[in-house]
Ligand binder design. Sequence first.
Ligand code: GTR
Length: 345
Amino acid sequence: MKKSSKRLTVVLGTVLGSSLILAACGGNGDTAKTSGSSKSNSEGKSLSFRLADAHPDNYPTVLGDKKFAELVNKKSNGRIKIDVFANGQLGDEKSVIEQVQLGAVEFTRVSTGPMAEFSKPLGVFSLPYIFDDSEHEWRFLNSDKGQELLKGLESSKMVGLAYYDSGARSFYSTKPIKKVEDLKGQKIRVQQNQINIDLMNALGANATPMAYGEVFSSLQTGVIDAAENNTPSYVSANHYQVAKNLIEDGHQRVPEVVVASKAIWDKLSAKDKKIIQEAAKESVDTERKEWDKMEKDSEAKIKDSGVTIVKVKDVEPWQKKVKPVIDKYRADYGDVLDAIDKARK
Ligand code: GTR
């Protein structure tokens, strides 16, 4: 076998590892012990999978992942096991998505932010101020159009199983920010996609796309001035300890997704697909409850820790500044934006 690069070898090794798990389970029919007429590879066999998440153990998404794994295990009578690798142990979100496309990692929970570079329709969630609040967002996510976006992941070698909550994102900086004009000239870290770069340009700021795990040290060493995220991430990643000026403008609501690798999915029996799909949907409730709890806890922690908090009462000047971004992308996302408008009460 040609070894063109170390990384390729590692990835291929893992892909083979995954196929071996299915093969060892009788995937190719060679060692199958169960009888029956199913043509699928996974029917009745023990399966072991990995799920990657960038967040730490007690974070709402990871608690959702764990509920998902627990439900899959229960519904399959212990036959299907999913191990959750939190804390970005399997790589940053961009590289995990690539591994999922290859089948080297079977499942992941990621933000639709970085996912937008792999499945363009999901970029709509990076457009600013398109949802009024959480209820509006969830009405859309649960609508036909919202579910269609999840399904659309199949053309990018992934299977979208469920959305998880991720609240609203706001800016925070090592420098004071009292109004939108104060963002001008600041170096702001963004999630890795083109819409975010356009968004920062519209605000007169300098976009610095980088992986989530690098943000804390980049704020600390002054590589960037600012970043933006929801309050649970601001707190759990300790950004609040170094960027002590928070301005709550809620410019984006970027939901999370739980996805499976299509390469692995296609080898599963219809019954196993159903188990996994149902478990993912049922885990949403746990994640959302944990989300609400952590959002409250994070707000309290921020207040207690000497962060200067500015609440934006009127987002109109912010919306005006970023209008060129909506104008630029309206043609690409017109039908989705219409469906989002319709999901308004
Ligand atoms: C968080 C999200 C992470 C990651 C992070 C980021 O809100 O849950 O998965 O995408 O944002 O800004 O990179």
